[in-house]
Design a protein around this ligand. Structure first.
Ligand SMILES: Nc1ncnc2c1ncn2[C@@H]1O[C@H](COP(=O)(O)OP(=O)(O)OP(=O)(O)O)[C@@H](O)[C@H]1O
Ligand SMILES: [Mg+2]
Length: 223
């Protein structure tokens, strides 16, 4: 299988009054069409690692290559462009804009990328919402949706630019078992279509359905 993402010797520090190291020498390699789950206790560094891998956090030591591009050290514009095009991110807390409708939230990353006109983007967004069984709520304010519904809108938003890699931080954290299955089935389908998924989860059943589990403890990958 073709290697898609390679991280080498990632070290991450947070600087406050004291400097704390939260990631230690993390090296990993992820292939095309892999469905990888990152697991480990609260506070072990899962979200921090995902932020690095997704290029949202650029303050770290080590290198990250995605799809043959050394993303470490790219300037801000090039990085944003790369991220918009290749990476769909589902946050631990969904970060929808509550005063915008569900479909407007989904459309935003595509309008930002600017490859398609408004009408095409809206059609695509509705399609993505349909996939999440959320099309009937498309024109409601996202702040008026339930937690699980908001999470599904956030997943639709992550898919809008047809990213190569989907990175998700506890995407099923707020969902009941029925909706967890909905998300899992969509992720499986995306993997079958050639996408790669890296997801943080506390859900062992969800993780076991993927191809591989990366287990973390105290900022390190357990071997
Ligand atoms: N901005 C920050 N400044 C200082 N320390 C931070 C910051 N963000 C996270 N940390 C610390 O880094 C460590 C790893 O945090 P992280 O959010 O990556 O954990 P996690 O594995 O995702 O936990 P959870 O399962 O609870 O989401 C924790 O000890 C946390 O307190
Ligand atoms: Mg976390």
């Amino acid at each position: 299988m073709q290697e898609l993402l390679k991280a080498e010797k990632l070290n991450k520090y947070f600087h406050g009054p004291d400097t704390v190291q939260v990631l230690y020498d993390i090296s990993l390699s992820i292939c095309e069409s892999e469905f990888v789950a990152i697991m480990g206790k609260s506070g072990c560094g899962k979200s921090t690692l995902l932020y690095l891998l997704s290029t949202l956090d650029t303050e770290y030591e080590g290198t990250i290559d995605i799809n043959g591009t050394r993303v470490t050290g790219l300037n801000e514009n090039a990085m944003a462009r790369f991220r918009n095009e290749y990476i769909g991110f589902v946050f631990q807390f969904h970060y929808l804009l509550p005063e915008f409708t569900a479909i407007e939230n989904v459309m935003l990353p595509a309008l930002k990328l600017g490859n398609f006109d408004h009408e095409a983007v809206e059609k695509n967004a509705l399609e993505k919402l349909r996939r999440m069984d959320m099309h009937q709520h498309a024109y409601k304010l996202s702040g008026k949706l339930s937690g699980g519904q908001q999470q599904r809108v956030a997943i639709a938003r992550a898919l809008i630019n047809d990213p190569t890699i989907i990175m998700a931080d506890e995407p099923t954290g707020n969902l009941d078992s029925v909706n967890t299955d909905v998300v899992f089935n969509i992720f499986s389908q995306l993997v079958q279509e050639g996408n790669t998924i890296i997801t943080v989860t506390h859900d062992h059943d969800f993780a076991r359905k993927g191809n591989r589990i990366i287990e973390m403890a105290d900022g390190r990958i357990k071997t």
